[in-house]
Design a protein around this ligand. Sequence first.
Ligand SMILES: *[C@@H]1O[C@H](CO)[C@@H](O)[C@H](O)[C@H]1NC(C)=O
Ligand SMILES: *[C@@H]1O[C@H](CO)[C@@H](O)[C@H](O)[C@H]1NC(C)=O
Ligand SMILES: *[C@@H]1O[C@H](CO)[C@@H](O)[C@H](O)[C@H]1NC(C)=O
Ligand SMILES: *[C@@H]1O[C@H](CO)[C@@H](O)[C@H](O)[C@H]1NC(C)=O
Ligand SMILES: [Cu+2]
Length: 247
Amino acid sequence: MRYSAALAALAMASLASAQNATTVVVGLAPGGAGPALAFDPPTVKAANGTVITFEFRGAPGNHTVTQSTFANPCAQMAGGFDSGYIQIPAGTTEGFPTWNLTITDDSKPIWYYCAQTVPSPHCIGGMVGGINTPDTGNTYENFLAAAKAIPPASFSGSATAPALTGPGASATAAPGPFSGSITGFAIPTEAGGASGSASASGGASGTGSGSGAPAPSTTGGNNNGAMSAAANGAVVLLSMVAGAALL
Ligand SMILES: *[C@@H]1O[C@H](CO)[C@@H](O)[C@H](O)[C@H]1NC(C)=O
Ligand SMILES: *[C@@H]1O[C@H](CO)[C@@H](O)[C@H](O)[C@H]1NC(C)=O
Ligand SMILES: *[C@@H]1O[C@H](CO)[C@@H](O)[C@H](O)[C@H]1NC(C)=O
Ligand SMILES: *[C@@H]1O[C@H](CO)[C@@H](O)[C@H](O)[C@H]1NC(C)=O
Ligand SMILES: [Cu+2]
């Protein structure tokens, strides 16, 4: 009796540890060598059930993790996931927000990019990543080269539809926490669809403008259906005009 209880406990423990986890650092050069337009490592292999923790550590930095496609590296995929913009002020040394995506389909590659345009589109600067990318054909290297070849004037991937889930990966919680002077912009909410800004006092999700409807799918980052996405686009334009020089 006691023996089988011990066995059951052991079985549960090994089930829990079978849940593999990987961390991808957002906004720091490999090895943590200062702010950079980078995901480190840029590619990971992750089986179904693996949790990928995106850690927003680049300071200063204001980045997103947004799902795209191999064919269109710098635009949100229809129905793709999007973390929203997470801004880490210069000098931040602790309390970095994270976002946990669980792999739900390891049979296809998952491609993603950063949608930030300030001071210039990060995606075109090489801020792209992939999960379960092929070793031949549609490789990460080819994806990166395609992103870098996009003329800046035709970049259209900044107006994203915040979303916790996408083909092949999903999150159950919004990115967070937003402590100190770390802020979020167009962060997905757990109800889905709504977006808002977040601050230290506001928690992970701020003033949502949606009503819980699922995020409409969008191609090329131009979203005609979502009020929130349209509003985001306006603010992005404003901040481009203001010319803030955040990484
Ligand atoms: C976890 O990682 C190990 C070593 O890479 C691998 O053998 C195992 O199959 C993985 N388990 C899951 C659930 O992905
Ligand atoms: C992972 O899950 C997807 C979706 O259910 C499935 O198509 C795929 O075969 C699974 N992968 C493995 C190795 O079982
Ligand atoms: C992500 O997972 C880590 C490890 O379990 C946890 O400490 C962290 O709070 C999670 N982040 C979010 C935003 O849920
Ligand atoms: C982060 O970037 C977004 C998109 O450019 C912008 O709207 C937001 O204001 C930025 N956050 C801060 C605190 O600068
Ligand atoms: Cu970025």
